[in-house]
Design a protein around this ligand. Structure first.
Ligand SMILES: [Zn+2]
Length: 345
């Protein structure tokens, strides 16, 4: 039989949530009471991403004897609850995976649905049931297919990313897997019934990818009620991480490590939106980037092609980044290497 390797159509996006948490901590003074909170949240987000990465790795190592397309971290609608950690599409069926990295002894309660985790020290924590999240995603996905005039059976499973997660009570009707069990599970599903022809299959994959909408988190100051004045303004240097780059004609100069970076304002404006607020005015831009000249700030804001509202004097620009610009911004950032480090722990 012909072996085809898995085609990972979509990789995980660089997490804006993680970028916001890291940027916010870098702009708070040492000893700020919110630093431990943000740092704990950062660890949780990183562990979640590392868990999803374990599933992606298990799938990358697998050969399948049939066509299949894998999508990581896909949000195919504006409903921000419809976010699939991993999604596999074959010509016969689709598979939705909900990846969890909650440590401790786990009990999947059903009435009411809840996940209880008992930690080593005996403390118990309750979480929204992953079974409910999975069912919701399966329903959303089925509906999305219906809207594209496609009927495919959808299967789902909850994946526990780490073997240290001990299950005391498993859910009755939902499959629980570890990452290495995901490929055999996908292969074990029956390939009977109507099959999508190759043209429709590829069209559907392309539509799914096209519908993806990146998750934009709430600004940290808003999500954690931190006063805007607590954050240090100025342009951060990507090379040495210090704040205080100076505007020169056509570029920025770091006075500490002498690095020049013509795109420093792009990354720093993204930081503004992730840390401060979703909008920015000319005045805020000048104060944040430490640019005195109103026309320079105007030119910078115009060059970003942000949508705006209001007239010249009180114009407000709204956050908007194309996938291309985000890729440029994240290129050379150390987000993925930081997560890999976490993963080795
Ligand atoms: Zn520097």
């Amino acid at each position: 039989m012909m072996e085809v390797s898995t085609i990972q159509i979509k990789n995980r996006d660089d997490s804006l949530k993680l970028a916001g948490l890291i940027a916010a901590q870098g702009r708070l003074s040492a000893g700020h009471p919110m630093l431990p909170v943000l740092s704990a949240k950062q660890s949780a987000v990183e562990a979640g991403i590392a868990g999803e990465e374990r599933v992606a790795q298990a799938l990358r190592k697998t050969s399948f004897s049939f066509d299949n397309h894998i999508f990581h971290d896909l949000s195919p609608s504006s409903d921000d609850r419809f976010q699939m950690d991993t999604n596999c599409l074959t010509p016969w069926y689709g598979v939705v995976l909900e990846v969890k990295n909650i440590s401790g002894v786990l009990e999947f309660k059903e009435n009411p649905p809840q996940l209880i985790s008992t930690k080593e020290d005996g403390h118990q924590y309750g979480y929204e049931s992953p079974v409910v999240q999975l069912q919701r995603n399966c329903e959303f996905f089925t509906e999305w297919l219906w809207n594209h005039n496609i009927q495919l059976p959808i299967y789902g499973a909850v994946v526990l990313a780490y073997p240290k997660q001990i299950v005391k009570t498993a859910p009755t009707h939902t499959k629980l897997l570890f990452p290495n069990l995901v490929p055999p599970y996908i292969k074990s599903i029956s390939q009977q019934g109507k099959k999508l022809d190759p043209h429709t299959f590829h069209w559907l994959s392309a539509e799914l990818l096209k519908s993806h909408q990146r998750f934009i988190p709430r600004p940290i100051s808003e999500a954690y009620t931190i006063p805007l004045g607590d954050f240090q303004t100025g342009v951060r240097c990507m090379a040495c991480d210090r704040i205080g780059m100076i505007k020169l004609p056509r570029t920025w100069l770091c006075p500490f490590c002498k690095t020049t970076d013509p795109l420093a304002h792009q990354r720093n404006l993204l930081e503004w939106f992730l840390v401060y607020k979703r909008t920015i005015t000319n005045r805020e831009c000048r104060e944040f980037l430490h640019v005195d000249d109103i026309y320079t700030a105007n030119r910078i804001l115009k060059s970003m092609n942000f949508p705006s509202k209001g007239t010249y004097r009180d114009r407000v620009y709204l956050m908007s980044f194309s996938e291309e610009s985000l890729m440029t911004i994240f290129k050379g950032s150390n987000q993925s290497s930081k997560i890999r480090r976490h993963f080795r722990k």
